[in-house]
Design a protein around this ligand. Structure first.
Ligand SMILES: NC(=O)c1ccc[n+]([C@@H]2O[C@H](COP(=O)([O-])OP(=O)(O)OC[C@H]3O[C@@H](n4cnc5c(N)ncnc54)[C@H](OP(=O)(O)O)[C@@H]3O)[C@@H](O)[C@H]2O)c1
Length: 372
């Protein structure tokens, strides 16, 4: 079946209350699709939906509200989307933030990592069956060329407590590398389902994404002449969503509507698979109402005992004071040692978040032993 956008094409665009997402939604609506826009502020998102209905003369534009800082709200968004529409053909993971200073998400993660990576990961996982049932379907994730500044996924410091970086650049670049790896791993896991997954860099676009940084915002104002408009910035997202010639094209990274190579870190399949498993554990997907049909969760599992040696009060070490070391023992299941350690780390991270200890805990060593 050849790919064509009609009123029966159901699209969900996240972060569509402003910038690139809003213009992507406008482009899809102008082609006559049924478009759901997701935003975090009810009034603003409702206003944008109204404006898009008027400017495109397409009445099939509605909105849903979710703050991606909260994984529970992402779960609610997925449920409301599924209740509202029996089909989903195009999912555009566009919402994103740049924080100048590290801040916690509502679940206690680094907010940049939570909003830019964990939320689209969870949303896509929860809508996966809807997409497969609606195939052919497309998942498009808005990354950035800045993913190239991040050389690896920091599995030992996903929360950026140790290296927050300047102006929030390191956490942002890291989250955008996570987008590239997520999109690639999703493509691999969806092979043969008729659902494709691609990611993109939209270009350097004059939006308010860096509003948290006064300096960068001034830079955007000054450089406005050299930057793309949000309409131009939506072109690659729209190309990936609509081009019939991209039928079956999956696992790619695009910029200026052309397929390009992401960084070498963005092509690391082992890291992509590990990030998937860690994200799944961090989102506590096993506890949520999701059918467990993923390759890595259906294989045989062994039982492991994982000892995590950690120290509390890492600030003490910065001040040159002695720090005390503790151990936590976790009994987990995994297909191999790496998966077992990841499960234990996720469990440890969860405990750290829900415990009342204010000081960050630093992992010193992780020891894994297979149980007979
Ligand atoms: N602009 C660029 O040059 C550039 C370059 C490369 C990649 N990107 C990526 O492009 C995407 C769109 O960014 P943009 O430039 O269009 O920025 P933008 O104008 O700030 O739009 C970002 C969108 O994400 C939403 N959002 C932010 N935090 C959220 C949260 N906690 N929960 C739910 N929604 C949230 C925003 O909602 P509110 O309206 O409520 O804030 C807004 O709708 C992002 O993923 C960004 O990383 C942008």
């Amino acid at each position: 079946m050849s790919w064509a956008i009609t009123e029966n094409t159901v699209c969900l665009v996240t972060g569509a209350s402003a910038g690139i997402g809003k213009e992507t939604a406008r482009g899809l609506a102008a082609l006559g699709a049924t478009v759901v826009i997701a935003g975090r502020h009810a009034e603003r998102t409702e206003r944008v939906a109204h404006e898009l209905r008027q400017s495109t003369s397409n009445p099939r534009i509605s909105h849903l509200i979710a703050n991606f800082s909260s994984l529970d709200e992402v779960v609610r968004l997925a449920a409301e989307m599924s209740d509202r529409h029996a089909k989903l053909h195009i999912l555009i993971n566009n919402a994103g933030v740049w924080h100048q200073h590290r801040r916690d998400s509502q679940d206690g993660f680094d907010d940049t990592f939570a909003v830019n990576h964990l939320a689209p990961f969870l949303l896509t996982r929860l809508l996966r069956h809807r997409l497969i049932e609606s195939a052919p379907a497309r998942v498009i994730t808005v990354s950035s060329t800045l993913h190239k500044l991040s050389r690896r996924i920091r599995f030992d410091d996903l929360d950026h407590r140790r290296r927050p970086g300047w102006f929030g650049l390191a956490p942002y670049a890291h989250s955008k590398l996570a987008n590239v790896l997520f999109s690639r791993e999703l493509a691999r896991r969806l092979e043969g389902t008729g659902v494709t997954s691609n990611c993109l860099h939209p270009g350097n676009v004059a939006t308010t994404v860096v509003r948290d940084s006064r300096l960068l915002s001034i830079g955007i104002q000054v450089g406005r002449l050299f930057l793309l408009t949000p309409t131009e910035g939506a072109r690659t997202s729209l190309h990936l969503a609509t081009a019939p010639e991209l039928d079956g094209v999956t696992g790619g990274y695009f910029a200026s509507c052309q397929q390009q190579q992401p960084s070498s870190a963005g092509q690391d399949t082992e890291t992509a698979s590990r990030l998937w498993r860690v994200s799944q554990a961090l989102c506590r997907l096993d506890d949520r109402d999701v059918r467990r049909t993923e390759a890595s969760t259906s294989g045989p599992k062994d039982r492991y005992e994982v000892t995590i040696r950690y120290r509390e009060g890492v600030f003490a070490s910065y001040a040159g004071l002695p720090v005390r070391t503790y151990s936590g023992v976790f009994r987990v299941q995994g297909a191999d040692e790496v998966e077992a350690c990841d499960q234990a780390r996720a469990e440890f991270e969860h405990l750290r978040r829900v415990s009342s200890v204010a000081w960050p805990r630093d992992i010193v060593e992780v020891l894994c032993r297979r149980l007979d």
